[in-house]
Write a protein that binds this ligand. Structure first.
Ligand SMILES: NC(=O)c1ccc[n+]([C@@H]2O[C@H](COP(=O)([O-])OP(=O)(O)OC[C@H]3O[C@@H](n4cnc5c(N)ncnc54)[C@H](O)[C@@H]3O)[C@@H](O)[C@H]2O)c1
Length: 260
């Protein structure tokens, strides 16, 4: 297979598992990540693994993928990598935002809100616009983003990200509605609570969240990045060509289960 996928946030968590899974499926991997310190070491391990699976058909860029300059700078390179062919998938799997409440000791600021909604929501739209203009999205391409239960529940420290998720879902819905006529679909995958680096940053009580989730999830466990990667892999099959403007739940039924 000569097809390529473009992952925004492909070094840890859901994005890393998806990179490995899609590499095994035969796709070439183009991915952005933004890692320093300890996270950079984990990223290097992911990159080495993906590089090995793909036999070198793998390009990782450690830079802020939400910046317009990054999009403009790397688009020609992406085009060169794919040989001008459209990418099969544009996935948004970036976790980068302010996790604080709206009120209390550290009320969220306008700057923090704007940044969070841009990086975790709007940035997907600008990538999609630019890729589409360059014909790097076309018949059979998928646009996907990861959402969470925080899109309709209020949670400790999750307010700004929650707003970004709602924005992203609306963006995905609209992309699918406008680009469906070109055979391009857009969907959100709603993952259940997954113990990743991002989860540990939402609240100090994340371990309680994990235990609470195990108790209330119908399948009595938390979601794994591999669960999500498998769902995304499935959604790339031709059989999923007609799934558009939708939210696909990958959470063992967690979203149907109230707290026990
Ligand atoms: N962990 C959960 O419980 C959960 C549940 C539902 C949805 N999600 C969503 O899944 C997505 C991925 O989160 P995760 O849990 O895998 O977290 P993670 O911290 O493991 O991964 C985040 C990724 O984003 C990258 N990144 C951060 N800022 C970036 C930037 N500016 N430019 C480029 N890359 C950047 C990191 O390098 C990393 O690859 C997020 O959108 C998150 O909201 C997570």
């Amino acid at each position: 297979m000569s097809e390529w996928v473009l992952l925004l946030g492909g070094s840890t968590g859901h994005g890393a598992a998806t990179a490995k899974r899609l590499a095994k499926d035969g796709y070439g991997i183009i991915a952005f990540h933004f890692d320093r310190g300890e996270a950079k070491k984990i990223a290097e391990e992911t990159i080495a693994e993906v590089n090995e699976i793909t036999g070198g058909r793998c390009h990782y860029f450690n830079t802020n993928a939400a910046a317009e300059e990054t999009m403009d700078k790397f688009l020609p390179q992406i085009k060169e990598i794919t040989g001008g062919e459209r990418v099969k998938l544009l996935l948004h799997s970036i976790a980068f935002g302010t996790t604080t409440n709206f009120f209390g000791e550290k009320p969220v600021t306008q700057r923090q809100m704007d940044m969070t909604v841009h990086v975790m929501g709007n940035a997907l739209l600008y990538w999609t616009q630019k890729l589409f203009a360059e014909k790097l999205l076309g018949q059979g391409s998928r646009v996907m983003g990861l959402t969470s239960e925080g899109n309709y529940l209020a949670m400790e420290g999750y307010g700004p990200v929650s707003v970004a998720k709602v924005a992203m879902e609306a963006i995905i819905r609209q992309i699918g509605w406008e680009l469906g006529q070109f055979g391009i679909t857009a969907n959100a995958v709603q993952a259940g609570v997954t113990p990743t680096r991002a989860l540990t940053k939402i609240t100090d009580r994340w371990e309680d969240w994990v235990e609470g989730t195990k108790a209330r999830n119908p399948m009595r466990r938390t979601t794994t990045p591999e669960d999500v990667a498998g769902t995304i892999s499935m959604l790339l099959k031709p059989e999923a060509d007609f799934i558009n403007c939708s939210i696909i739940y990958c959470d063992g039924g967690e979203h149907r289960s109230g707290s026990i």
